[in-house]
Ligand binder design. Structure first.
Ligand SMILES: CSC[C@H]1O[C@H](OP(=O)(O)O)[C@H](O)[C@@H]1O
Ligand SMILES: Nc1ncnc2[nH]cnc12
Length: 342
């Protein structure tokens, strides 16, 4: 097996693919005049921003990458931000991607999730902290509370591409625990360290991921409550599934913005969601800052590299015999996992 360093170098080596499959990380990002359009070292940690989190203020922008993948372009350019490690003081690069685009122009069912995850992996990312605005399905989860979920129920409708393994390349990966427990522990500890400073955190939770873009009916909302749902959103899936397939440790941080439509209070609407997001933006920023500080410590090196997932897809994705492989899918997967399917 190739070491991560060798694999990274390998994955940046130009290869003989149709033009559409080549990486293009040199196109200038129009609104970032003067900012670099390439970045030479692997970036291991990424933040995916959701509703109301289109950027990460307070970090230094050092590059903006336009990455093209075999699954198309990601939702937004990938910003490379610099974060000083609290232990060494050495700057650590952090990737930031805005799930709904730079102007919230991409609906939940239109998010190019495969391109997003493939692009992040291609620049070396192995750890993702993803933000999501959620409806609360439980009285005790109040608007502006944070939840670090540990389970998901899939209520998307099969219209979103949800796997890298198709078209003559079959792969099956474990998803019993849809989030990464090692990463979750770090995230929870950081959230608790901010308690008393306006942050309220729930350590566990079941996310119902619905299709949207319309919100739920009252009958659906009550059904999800009867299933034990804690919160509801439209974006945990297939993002978490694709992160697992791409061997990346993934944890979502949810922020409650409403009580959906099961509660006595006003039904969810966009103004309500955005109002709570805006009002709690500073807490969200402090929360992510604390997580990045912690992840930047050398003691978390193995976790950040997701060593426990490294190489997993070599076995999980090798069920299809070489002679039966779909050539196009094989090429795409070779782009994503250089050296795995040679
Ligand atoms: C604007 S309300 C519905 C919208 O908010 C959540 O977005 P995200 O998870 O990206 O923060 C929810 O999933 C819906 O996409
Ligand atoms: N009630 C809700 N349903 C689905 N997604 C949401 N995002 C925020 N609130 C939501």
């Amino acid at each position: 097996m190739l070491t991560p360093a060798k694999r990274f170098t390998h994955c940046l080596t130009p290869r003989i693919f149709p033009l559409i499959f080549t990486r293009n990380i040199t196109i200038p990002y129009h609104s970032m005049a003067g900012v670099a359009t390439s970045y030479d070292s692997p970036v291991r940690i990424a933040v995916i921003g959701g509703t109301g989190v289109q950027a990460l203020p307070g970090f230094t922008l050092i590059a903006s990458l336009n990455v093209t993948t075999p699954w198309g372009s990601p939702s937004s350019p990938i910003s490379i931000l610099q974060h000083p490690s609290p232990t060494t003081g050495k700057p650590i690069p952090i990737a930031f991607l805005s799930r709904h685009g730079l102007h919230h122009e991409i609906a939940p069912h239109e998010i190019p999730n495969r391109a997003n995850l493939a692009a992040l992996r291609s620049i070396g990312v192995r750890t993702i902290v993803a933000f999501s605005a959620v409806g609360s399905l439980q009285e005790e989860i109040r608007p502006r509370d944070f939840v670090v979920p540990d389970q998901v129920i899939d209520r998307t409708k099969g219209i979103r591409p949800f796997t890298f393994f198709e078209g003559g390349m079959v792969g099956h990966v474990g998803f019993g625990d849809p989030f990464d427990e090692g990463l979750a522990k770090i995230v929870r500890q950081c959230g608790h360290s901010l308690e008393g400073e306006g942050v309220r955190l729930h350590d566990k939770g079941l996310v119902i991921c619905m299709e949207g873009p319309q919100f739920s009916t009252r009958a659906e909302s009550n059904l999800y409550r009867s299933w034990g749902g804690s919160v509801i959103n439209m974006s945990a899936l297939p993002e978490a599934k694709l992160a697992r397939e791409a061997e990346m440790a993934y944890q979502m941080i949810c922020m409650a913005t409403d009580y959906d439509c099961w509660h006595d209070s006003e039904d969810v609407n966009v103004e309500m969601v955005m109002g709570h997001m805006k009002a709690n933006a500073e807490n969200a920023r402090r929360f992510v800052g604390a997580v990045l500080d912690e992840l930047s410590k050398e003691e978390h090196g193995e976790q950040v590299l997701a060593k426990h997932l490294d190489g997993m897809m070599m076995g999980a994705g090798s069920i299809t015999h070489k002679e039966g492989r779909g050539k196009e899918s094989e090429e795409k997967l070779r782009w994503l996992f250089p050296g795995y399917f040679d």
